[in-house]
Design a binder for this molecule. Structure first.
Ligand SMILES: NC(=O)c1ccc[n+]([C@@H]2O[C@H](COP(=O)([O-])OP(=O)(O)OC[C@H]3O[C@@H](n4cnc5c(N)ncnc54)[C@H](O)[C@@H]3O)[C@@H](O)[C@H]2O)c1
Length: 360
């Protein structure tokens, strides 16, 4: 990977979102001014201008529309691996209310990244799981791996978890309804939902094509709303209690710099307040809704970039009070807590899992 431009090195960290540019760039018009994805970085037109901008970015928390970053094609990124050593039914004793035994959970965007790890956390905590993703093949593969890992780590366990994979486009109402019906056919019920399907892009607002912004909001906001309401209807019909966790981002509460990502930030603010609003609307039905807002997490995609750029990693981590990026495993406990009875009086909350980033 070619070196990142000086601006990038001089300012606050980039979110994992910078890794998402290739699909964006492949669909943009020539009038749009996207971040570079060419093999070699763009040459600055005039050195003094670049220097001035760098100085500005160094001295102020501002977004910078000239940020360019090269990142690997998503197909070159290794798939996520199930977490090993998470324990399970035969692990250390813990508060019984943390158990998800007997529950059926759904995780959208669960074929990779954070969704996969949170789904595995639910399984380790006793739940059966339905993985929903656009990438059905990967979801199928991961469903098998989760059960195999569970079996290996819990020798002699009486019952293996049931983990299924389902195609679903969360931004499409018909696809969501079809997917929920398929899950109900496979599992008989749904008790818990984690909405992790989402993506992000970086582009200055004045150049961001509106159709791409709508696509982003369609997955991040509509997708959360559609899946949550479909599951809520099922819970209400069943007169059953339930718990939902929406995956927001610290970007829903703060503005990341220097990468421009206003539509993403707005989408995650919407996710956070949607959780709060629905928690009030559905409290009488016994449905709890909370939000988890992760900070900078080390996923397969970010790791691939950072391995080749140790300097960049240290710059990112220097802004996190805990001094390191989050591991997807760091979400297993928070999601289990919020889905379980251990949090039965917690609803409408936003749990930031960001190493302290947002309190500085
Ligand atoms: N990784 C981070 O550092 C980070 C930080 C804060 C918030 N988040 C949020 O966490 C969530 C997961 O991020 P990730 O890094 O694991 O991403 P990821 O790209 O690794 O995984 C996202 C998954 O969602 C699926 N998906 C995308 N669009 C979909 C759709 N329309 N319908 C169904 N599935 C779809 C993808 O196929 C993929 O499997 C996102 O909402 C993201 O905004 C991530």
């Amino acid at each position: 990977m070619p070196p990142l431009p000086p601006l990038l090195r001089a300012t606050r960290p980039l979110s994992h979102s910078l890794l998402r540019l290739r699909p964006f760039l492949s669909t943009t018009t020539t009038s749009h001014k996207p971040l570079s994805t060419s093999a070699s970085p763009r040459k600055p037109k005039a050195a003094p201008k670049t220097t001035t901008k760098t100085t500005k970015a160094k001295s102020a928390a501002r977004t910078d529309e000239s940020i360019a970053v090269t990142y690997p094609d998503p197909s070159a990124v290794p798939p996520s691996e199930p977490v090993v050593g998470a324990g399970g039914a035969h692990g250390l004793p813990t508060l019984a209310t943390f158990s998800l035994q007997g529950r059926v959970g759904v995780v959208t965007g669960g074929a990779r990244g954070l969704g996969l790890v949170m789904g595995q956390g639910m399984v380790v905590s006793g739940a059966d799981l339905a993985i929903v993703d656009l990438n059905k093949d990967e979801a199928d593969k991961q469903a098998k791996l989760i059960v195999e890992t569970f079996q290996r780590e819990n020798p002699g366990v009486e019952r293996l978890p049931r983990v299924t994979a389902h195609f679903g486009d969360v931004s499409d109402a018909a696809s969501v309804d079809k997917c929920v019906a398929e899950i109900l056919k496979a599992h008989g019920k749904i008790d818990s939902l984690v909405t992790s399907a989402g993506f992000t892009e970086n582009c200055e607002a004045t150049a961001y094509p509106i159709e791409r912004v709508r696509k982003l909001w369609g997955v991040n906001v509509d997708g959360t709303y559609l899946f949550a309401t479909a599951v809520a209807r099922h819970l209400m019909e069943r007169k059953a209690k339930g718990s939902m966790v929406f995956i927001g981002s610290m970007s829903g509460s703060i503005v990341n710099v220097p990468q421009p990502q206003a539509p993403y930030n707005a989408s995650k603010a919407a996710v956070r307040h949607l959780a709060a609003s629905l928690s009030v609307e559905w409290a009488k039905a016994g449905i709890r809704v909370n939000c988890i807002s992760p900070g900078y997490m080390l996923t397969a995609l970010t790791e691939k970039i950072l391995n080749g750029n140790p300097d960049l990693k240290s710059q990112w981590t220097s802004l996190i009070p805990q001094g390191q990026m989050g591991n997807p495993k760091d979400l297993m406990g928070p999601v289990t807590f919020l889905l379980s009875d251990a949090s039965s009086y917690v609803t409408g909350a936003d749990l930031r899992v960001d190493g302290g980033y947002t309190v500085t």
